[in-house]
Design a protein around this ligand. Structure first.
Ligand SMILES: Cc1ncc(COP(=O)(O)O)c(C=O)c1O
Length: 337
């Protein structure tokens, strides 16, 4: 890049490579000029929260449960948060339709944190909803097609069903490194223009060397190779996790497909989630209970959310040994609160 400033929308080399890569890997429908490079999903969300009010939108529906930091982030950026429940098919679109929200933030490929995949029927319904309210869908594809579930092919991006209604957002945080602060958006022209306008008031673009390095990784095929290797490593960890759950948490099940860097574990009904989490922490293992992710912080269904990004296979077995030391399978009749 020499001594010039980065391009506000991103380096042309990277926008071109991303348009190709996202089209091929995720089915995203975008031209290079429809791609905007940002400082991670966090910046994408900041920019969107600044643009939505200009479109007459002051509320953003979010999945419940979701990343608690995102709820806070949206609220702190001046947009009202409307939680909408999630089940094994992803977000409940009927419940969304009953709210007054005209924009929604979803994780369709691999819901965070439950791991559910937005079903084909719900995808169609979500697009119909967006059209009927003249609204927007923000697709947070945070784990970037990291899919190693041999039983099924990974789902493609929701954006391809309605590129005129969906803002697709990706990040390098899971598949490369969160320290890079690198992310990307694909958005319809009018919205992209508004996002750029807001961005010009925030910063003067994303650091250029990192962008060019990612462009080269994509161009050379090294990124594909990295994804394949990462998937293989994750598949080994997932198998270890499933085995550890079987041994140390009898009656619990790992939810959702083998994808991403975390797994959600559904605990048997009647399990004291808070006690299990506190006991694990006393034994030196930090694990979150499902309650930590719910909007109301009350959940009928006990669960654990386990990040396995930094754990070797043996670390997973050790961690579950420590978690399971505080677990006794609830007897029949120990129902919900
Ligand atoms: C649901 C979800 N979306 C997005 C991100 C990534 O955000 P960023 O790109 O700002 O690091 C994360 C965390 O890494 C996440 O858990």
């Amino acid at each position: 890049p020499g001594t010039t400033r980065p391009h506000l929308a991103g380096e042309p080399e990277l926008r071109g490579e991303l348009a190709r890569h996202l089209g091929r890997l995720r089915g995203v429908s975008a031209t290079p000029s429809g791609v905007l490079v940002v400082g991670g999903f966090a910046q994408a969300l900041t920019l969107l929260c600044a643009v939505l009010p200009a479109l007459g939108i002051t509320e953003l529906a979010v999945e419940d449960p979701c990343h608690p930091g995102q709820r806070r982030f949206v609220r702190d950026n001046g947009v009202r948060v409307v939680p909408v429940p999630v089940d094994d098919e992803g977000i409940d679109v009927d419940a969304l339709g009953a709210t007054s929200a005209r924009a929604v933030l979803v994780t369709p490929a691999h819901q965070f944190p439950t791991g559910s995949v937005l079903s084909a029927g719900r995808r169609d319904a979500l697009v119909r909803w967006a059209r009927s309210v003249d609204g927007w869908i923000v697709e947070d594809d945070y784990d970037g097609g990291l899919w190693y579930d041999g039983r099924s092919p990974g789902p493609l991006a929701l954006q391809r069903l309605a590129p005129e209604r969906v803002v697709y957002a990706g990040t390098a945080s899971k598949v490369l490194d969160p320290g890079l602060r690198l992310g990307w958006l694909a958005a319809p022209d009018e919205l992209l223009h508004r996002l750029l306008h807001v961005r010009a008031r925030h910063d003067l673009g994303t650091e250029a060397f990192t962008q060019l390095a990612l462009a080269e990784l994509l161009r050379s095929g090294l990124f594909d190779r990295h994804l394949r290797r990462l998937s293989q490593r994750c598949a080994v960890r997932r198998r270890a996790l499933e085995e550890a759950v079987r041994i140390h948490l009898p009656g619990a099940t790992v939810r959702g497909p083998a994808a991403g860097l975390h797994a959600s574990v559904r605990l048997p009904e009647g399990t004291d989630e808070a006690a299990l989490v506190a006991g694990a922490l006393r034994r030196g293992v930090l694990v979150r209970g499902g309650t930590a992710f719910g909007a109301a912080r009350t959940r009928a269904e006990p669960a654990l959310v386990v990040g396995h990004a930094h754990l070797p296979r043996t670390g997973i077995a050790e961690a579950f040994h420590a978690i399971g030391a505080g677990f006794s399978r609830p007897g029949p009749g120990s129902g919900r609160r």
